[in-house]
Design a protein around this ligand. Structure first.
Ligand code: 6PG
Length: 484
């Protein structure tokens, strides 16, 4: 459907297809910001309802078919696809592409796996269609009022869609929480890591709550008050803020704390799992994210939990001394958050290196300062520190964060000790401490692992005192040989 670009003036500047809550709110956000938007949904009623309910918020054009939708857009067309990630995305793209012209842009704003985004970018490039994988964070309110947006695409594509995305994103001091993250899969990769950090951050908040309740004996409303107070400290963040809200909420039906009537099995849609799988492939330790993801799986294994609880009921336990204060928990939570974010940023660096994306981690920290679920005061310092020390081998080795963690290490150790002593599971706090201790260790028992590998499989080892690769014939004379 070739037509002269000048004849498309006045048409919608951006199209949104897929009008479940996120797509609907993104479309309204665009319209509220004075952008002419065409809206489409497979079930037309949803598009009709949107225009009927919110048509007065801006320039919303209703499209009843994909053909009408495409025809309603100025050229090059900018189409945001907001459908459930996976096969649904491919189905929409397959239907759209025959209707598009060379140079048109399809931007997938769902939580796609970055490998799918790389594949789609390549496939569409062959057809002359430009593809963007756009990470969007902020939940439904963020989508409406200003999310954090992580686009991955070519520079010329960003020049076409970036300005619209920047307008609707959250802003910090007039700076948009949206920037070109890198080519093809970079945006969705960064969004995936965002979600991994989100899992770790939430689990740390949950473990802090559990320890306050079970070790310090506070009730949920009191703990809500503690989180509210923490939100005025260096811990200021969206997740701490909403933890206070959820913990202070009372279930209307029973009068019990809301948190006590919710089944204790945490769900996931899969982005945390993807983060851990990808981190393993990249060889980057993201222990906080891995433990948080595992903790969700463990919580959902009801039959296993019941069986082991029964089997071990009455098991003798050690009586270990420990002490814990609310201030210890505050300090430990901050230190652990720093470690979780550091692991996430290591992963962004490794992914960028592996795929040649050249992702600027300071930019990533900056666009996460507002709008997204993990928005936190910490991210401003993180952006500055990454920028000041771009070659630091870890965020934990930069002056600000090394000092922040060092200062809080005794508190973190007391928290983990109290958890162990009292039998309260704190897998992310514990793994964070083990991670820091491992990185600080002069020697690791990995030397023995190497010895064992060489013993049973002649896998060879390196020595500390000279270069080369060596093997000891364990079943023979045990005289070391150069394995070269
Ligand atoms: C966001 C959220 C959002 C969503 C995820 C995680 O950044 O706005 O991360 O993308 O909450 O789908 O959900 P699960 O916990 O179900 O994996």
């Amino acid at each position: 459907m070739q037509e002269n670009a000048s004849r498309t003036e006045g048409r919608a500047q951006v199209g949104v297809t897929g009008l479940a809550v996120m797509g609907r709110n993104l479309a309204r956000n665009l319209a509220r910001n004075g952008i002419r938007v065409a809206v489409h949904n497979r079930t037309t009623a949803k598009a009709e309802a949107l225009v009927e309910e919110f048509g007065d918020e801006g320039d919303l054009t209703l499209a009843r078919s994909l053909e009408d939708f495409v025809a309603a857009l100025e050229r090059p067309r900018r189409i945001i696809v907001m459908v459930k990630a996976g096969e649904g995305t491919d189905a929409v793209i397959d239907e759209l592409v025959p209707l598009l012209d060379e140079g048109d842009i399809v931007a997938d704003a769902g939580n796609a796996h970055f490998a799918d985004t790389i594949r789609r970018h390549e496939a569409l490039a062959q057809k002359g269609i430009r593809f963007a994988g756009v990470g969007v964070s902020g939940g439904e309110v963020g989508a409406l009022e200003g999310p954090s947006i992580m686009p991955g695409c070519d520079g010329d594509t960003y020049a076409e869609i970036g300005p619209f995305l920047e307008i609707i994103s959250a802003h910090v001091d007039d700076e948009p929480c949206c920037t070109l993250v890198g080519p093809d899969g970079a945006g969705h990769f960064v969004k995936m890591v965002h979600n991994g950090i989100e899992y770790a951050d939430m689990q740390l908040v949950a473990e802090s709550y559990d320890l306050m309740r079970r070790v310090l004996g506070l009730d949920p409303a009191d703990i809500g008050g503690v989180f509210r107070g923490w939100n005025d400290t260096e811990l200021e963040s969206y997740l701490v803020e909403i933890a206070a809200e959820v913990l202070s909420h009372t279930d209307a039906g029973t009068g019990r704390p809301f948190v006590d009537v919710v089944r204790d099995a945490a769900e996931q849609k899969g982005t945390g799992r993807w983060t851990v799988q990808t981190a393993l492939d990249l060889g980057v330790p993201v222990t906080a994210i891995a433990e948080a993801t595992t903790a969700r799986a463990l919580s959902g294994g009801t039959a296993r939990r019941e069986a082991v609880r029964e089997a071990l009921a009455g098991a003798a336990d050690a009586d270990l001394p420990s002490s814990l204060t609310v201030d210890d928990l505050r300090d430990a939570l901050y230190a652990a958050k720093v470690v979780a974010y550091a692991q996430g940023f290591d992963m962004v660096a490794a992914g960028s290196e592996e795929h040649g994306w050249d992702v600027d981690r300071a930019d990533v920290a900056r666009i996460w300062r507002d709008g997204c679920i993990i928005r936190a005061r910490l991210l401003g310092d993180l952006a500055d520190e990454v920028e000041a020390h771009p070659d630091a081998a870890s965020l934990l080795a930069t002056p600000t964060f090394a000092a922040a963690v060092a200062e809080r290490l005794p508190a973190l150790r007391r928290v983990v000790t109290a958890a162990v002593a009292q039998g309260v599971p704190a897998p992310v706090f514990s793994s964070v401490l083990a991670y820091v201790d491992a990185l600080r260790a002069e020697r690791l028992p990995a030397a023995l692992v190497q010895g064992l590998r060489d013993y049973f499989g002649a896998h060879t080892y390196e020595r500390v005192d000279r270069d080369g690769t060596f093997h000891t014939p364990w079943a023979g004379d045990r005289v070391e040989v150069d394995a070269g």
